[in-house]
Structures are given as C-alpha cells and as structure tokens.
Design a protein around this ligand. Structure first.
Ligand code: SF4
Ligand code: SF4
Ligand code: SF4
Length: 318
C-alpha cells in the first residue's frame, strides 16, 4: 500500500515539475509581502497513504537549517535545563525532533465495520495567535506577515518557553548550538529550539512547501485562510466528516478534515514526548494573565533580539 519516494526522486520531481505557489493558484501576495490573509493548509487525511515521502522531503530541503552541535557540551550550573542531544539519532522519524519536523501518526479505526489505518501528517499547527511567538522572552520566535511562525536559531537560547506554552509541545531542543554557548553558557538556555517553519524561504521564492510539493496523493492544499476554511467545511459536509484546527488554540493555519471523529483518532494514536495529541484545545492566549505577560514581554523581546543581533555582528567582525 505504501509508496516510498527517494530523496533523489524528490529532487528530480522538483526540477521536472517546477511546482510553485502560482501554479497552485496562490496569489503572489500570499508569499509574505504585504499580505492580509494568513496562509493556511487543508489536510484531507482520507487521502494520506502514509508513504512518508513528505517526511523525507522535509528533511532534504531543511537539512542546512539543522543543528551542528559543538561537543562536549558545556556544563550547566545549576543544572536546570536538561541536555537534549538528537545529533546521533537524526534518523528517528516517528516523532518530532530537532532533525525531524514532520512525522506520520497512525491510527487503526473502524470505519463502516472495516478496520482501517488512518495516517496523519503532524507538524507545527501554525496558530493564528501563536503563544510560542507571543511568549518567547527573547523575541526568537517570530510570526511572519503570512501567518507562518518560525524560530530564529541565531537568537534562540533554548530555554524552551515556546515548548512549554505550545498546547502540543511542538518545538524540540538541541543542546550544543546557538548563541547561549557564547553569552551564557552555564546560566541560561541550553541550545536552540527547532520546528517546522512552513518552508518560509521556499514560500518567499514562490515555491510550495516541500511536503506539499512531493505528496503523491495531494493530501494538502495551501491557500489564504478564509478560502481554506471554506474548502474544509465543504469537504466535511461532503464526506460527513470532522474538522480539527479551525478553533483549536483560538484557530490555527493547519486544518485537518477526517471521516472519523478526532476524539476517536485521539484514542487510537500514540501520544507522548514528540508525539502530538488531537485533543480539543482552548484558546490559551485568551487567558488574561498570559496576554498581559505577552504585552510586557514584547518590548523586552525587541531589546533582547537587537542585543543578540548586535552581539553576532560584533562577534563576526572580530
Ligand atoms: S501526506 Fe502525502 S507524502 Fe505524506 S505520507 Fe501522506 S501521502 Fe505520503
Ligand atoms: S502549534 Fe505550537 S509551535 Fe506551532 S505555532 Fe502554535 S504554539 Fe507555536
Ligand atoms: S512545511 Fe516545510 S518545514 Fe514544515 S513540515 Fe512541510 S516540508 Fe517540513
């Protein structure tokens, strides 16, 4: 049933088909410059055959962004932030890691009396109002105009606030990389946090995210959020299905449509570290205390980000 697309065939496909946002009917404005509508994706999970070509493509195009840690790691005093080292386990693809930003979750469910395997691509949901961005104390997590959230590895200290406030605990830390090594090696942070950045650099060039481009089953559709929400509702009506992501955490830019209820899928999937749940999620940013914290943090974050950049500049001119 599964079809494996090798890295080589992905590269060939990219050159041959030259898939682009424009070819997929996405207005150029959605690529990030002056765009009013966030970009969202619809995942029709009936179509996913679990081949993991998307996982492989993600690894291939993002390889240069992956951490290259310096070893041995500096010792932390006090040892508050645990060491996380995935550098020797880069081949792990059944969960999120700093070297794997997308994985396929599997659920065995009964549909119309038939045992069926459902495969669900999981990665950052790209929340409309992302707590990882709003509550990062250093301004390292950012949201682009097209709604994409990403972590700037040149500013991140690896303190994992983003992971703590993310309802799915998505960002993953690698120790031994980043600015913490130079400025606060034993007092704060402990590496850099990594997660799906929605292939923001490909989108800025008018290209599709790699996982969308390579998928042989067209599981994902990308477009302005209002159009994607409309499509999701049409599809859900048509198949008598269910939607996840429209309302979760106040709304995300990743909308799943499933033929079985998400509560049922949630019971059937493996959960745990680096493995995401499918629970309903309340709007965490609606919490007044957190919102207030975010407003206080914002100026500090700006200063921290500027200081980080300045530090890097002076360091590189030494
Ligand atoms: S989303 Fe597409 S590429 Fe990824 S596992 Fe499913 S069918 Fe394969
Ligand atoms: S899903 Fe988590 S990591 Fe992704 S944008 Fe939302 S809060 Fe941030
Ligand atoms: S959008 Fe890009 S970074 Fe995110 S899962 Fe897909 S290929 Fe990976």
């Amino acid at each position: 049933m599964t079809q494996k697309i090798s890295r080589r065939s992905f590269l060939k496909g990219t050159a041959a088909t030259a898939c682009s946002l424009a070819a997929a009917g996405i207005p150029v404005t959605a690529s990030g410059a002056g765009n009013e509508q966030p970009l969202a994706t619809l995942l029709d999970i009936r179509k996913c055959i679990g081949c993991e070509a998307c996982v492989e493509a993600c690894k291939e195009v993002n390889e240069k962004k992956y951490p290259v840690p310096k070893k041995p790691f500096p010792r932390m005093y006090p040892n508050r932030v645990p060491v996380m080292d995935w550098s020797e386990k880069q081949d792990v693809i059944d969960r999120l890691t700093p070297y794997n930003w997308l994985y396929i979750q599997r659920a065995f469910v009964n549909i119309n009396g038939k045992d069926t395997e459902i495969a669900i691509p999981r990665r950052c949901m790209h929340c409309v109002n992302p707590p990882c961005v709003k509550l990062c104390p250093w301004g390292a997590a950012k949201q682009l105009e097209n709604g994409i959230s990403r972590i700037d590895s040149e500013i991140c200290l690896g303190g994992a606030k983003c992971k703590a406030v993310c309802p799915w605990h998505i960002p993953q830390r690698q120790t031994g990389v980043g600015i913490y090594l130079d400025i606060l090696p034993s007092l704060a942070g402990n590496g850099v946090m990594f997660k799906c950045d929605r292939c923001y650099n490909r989108i800025a060039e008018g290209e599709l995210p790699a996982c969308i481009e390579v998928c042989p089953e067209d599981v994902q559709t990308i477009g302005p959020r209002d159009k994607i929400i409309k499509k999701a509702h049409e599809l859900a009506r048509e198949i008598n299905g269910y939607i996840y992501g429209e309302k979760e955490n106040g709304g995300t830019n990743t909308i799943y449509v499933s033929p079985v209820p998400f509560q049922q899928l949630n019971k059937a999937i493996e959960k745990g570290k680096g493995k995401l749940h499918l629970n309903p999620v309340k709007d965490t940013m609606a919490d007044a205390n957190k919102l207030a914290a975010a407003m206080i943090i914002a100026p500090i974050a700006g200063v921290a980000a500027a200081a980080g950049k300045f530090y890097k500049m002076t360091k590189s001119s030494e």
